[in-house]
Structure formats: C-alpha cells, structure tokens
Design a protein around this ligand. Sequence first.
Ligand code: F1P
Length: 337
Amino acid sequence: MPATFMGVGEVHKTLEEIRRLPEGIIKAQEAFEEFMAKYDGFDLPNEVLFTGCGSSHFLSQLLAMATTHLGGRGVSLPCSELLYSREYYPIGNPKLLVAISRSGETTEVLKTLDVLEVPKLGIAAYSSSLLENSDYALLVNTPEDSVVMTHSFPSFLFAFQQLLNHSLGKPLYDAEKLSDLSREVLNSEEYIKGIIEEFDFRNVIFLGSGILYPVALEASLKMKEMAIFWSEAYQTFEVRHGFKSVADEGTLVVLLVDEPFDWHEKLTEEFQGQGARVLTVGKRNTGANYFVKIPDLELPEGTALYLPVIQLLSYYKAVKRGFNPDSPRFLSRVVKW
Ligand code: F1P
C-alpha cells in the first residue's frame, strides 16, 4: 500500500510529534529545573562553543546566536568541521563545549567530546553515550520515533534559553505562556496544508535574518529530508545578490521575519514581480500571498514558535508528493561511522 495512505484516523508519527510542541516546552522547563537541581550553582561561561550534526547543528547555531545576543560569545560548528578542520574557524578560547544530539549516539558528536580540554555539556532526548560522557547532562524528555527532528528541536532550544537566562541573571521565560502560544501557532496547520494544496510550487527559498537564519537553514533541511524536495536558505536580503534569479511563477519564497520593515515589503513585491508567491511568517504581513502570524514575543524568546510552521510546510509537501515522512529515503535516525 502506498506509504502515504493511512488508515482512517491514522496519522504519521512525524505529524503527531510536530503537534507535541506545547508539551515539549513544558518538558523543556522541567529539564532545565532538574538540571539546576542536579548541578547546583552552575552558570554558563561567557565563551561557549556549540556543536551538533544536521538539525542539531542548526540548533547549535541558534544557541550560539542566543548566547551572543545576550552579551556572551557563542560560536557554532558542525561536528565534522570541529573534528577535522577547526583550524580554519575563529573558535576563540571557549570555556565550555555544548554538544547537541537528539539521540545522543551520533558518532561525530561523541568524537567531539575528545577534541578540546574544556568541560562538556551534552543536550539529548535520551539517556545516552553523549550524556554519560558529558560533565553536565541536559536531558530533555522529548523522545521522537520520527527519523527527522521535530518538536525536540524547539524544546531543546527553550531548555537552553532558560539556562542562558539563569546564567546571565535575566528573567526566565514563561514556559506556560510559550506552550500556549505554540498551540496557537499549531492552529495554522489547516491553513498551511491549504497552501500546499493550492500552490504546487516547483522550488522553495527560505529566508531569515539573525537568529531566524538557522531556522531558514533547518526549514530547508526539513524540505529535503521529508519531501525529497530541493530548497535553499539565505540570509534575507542576501537573496537579492544573484540567488533570486531562480525565483519565478513556480517558486514559493518563505520569509521568516520578526518585525518587518520597508525592505521586507520591497523584497516581497520584487519576488511577486518575478511571478513567485511569498509566504510571510512573522508579526506582520509584508504584502505576501500567504501569511502565518507569529504571536508578539520578542526574539529570541519567540524563536521556538517559527519551527512548527516550517515543519508542517515540509510535512504536507512530503505527503502531497506521495512520500512517507516517517521514513525518508536514504536517511537513518542515527548516523554512525
Ligand atoms: C542528527 C541527524 C538529524 C537528521 C537525521 C540524521 O541526529 O543528522 O539531525 O535529521 O535524523 O541525524 P542527532 O545527533 O540529533 O540524533
């Protein structure tokens, strides 16, 4: 039976897990509280190096940016670059390595624990080799059967943001509020499904600036992993410098934005002038063809709220293309060497 046809009422595991973000935020808060109880007096140092693979690498970029945004110095590298090419990167003099892995068993992540003589903080969804071999273990109880990372990604983000706020003496975010707001964002599922039904785009460009750029990168990865569909991600205004030439009547441009300003409206109009359609995801529309409102939370607090939108978009594109997002071709849940 074709992979995408499910029994009446049956739902792909991947969709179920995307929808679990509200509880994931609460689990993330619990993970943060358990971490603080276990490592009494722990504070993050100012200079932190972050690493991970695939989605966990893009998550490491988010954590590095959140650290820098709050006055620290966060640097992110994919594990394999940290292992084999770190001399080309300004990793500086980090006082902690934060290694991220949903499974906690990815070979490259485990190997990074031996690279630098600094304490390690592991973030995983399972008791795992990563957590066993880290000095500090942040176990976020968001296990996923899906091959691709879904609600665990924003849940890990939130748990770390709370640790960051605590370490810098900033007020903690309100987990219940963010959980409720993520439920609000998930209410856009039917609308997102409608976009996929209405517009059979041939290619998709994801745009994001600052902390939303790694979200654009993750969106592009989700589209490739689940829908086996080529996509690209750029820093928002960079796209005008040549990359935009690919955009035409078969293109969907997904503009991830916090507070739009005139350049966002101009960019939207420019892409529409090329025949493309634009989906704006943010606090206000930019004159786009489609719009998903993100609740009014300052970034970086509200960053987690963008993830379900891009995950749902890729999920429904995968189903439309006749693929089973629960078992993407050529992929495994845990990459081993
Ligand atoms: C990392 C990862 C995933 C990707 C795929 C293969 O896994 O690259 O990000 O979606 O599942 O593995 P992990 O180290 O976060 O468990």
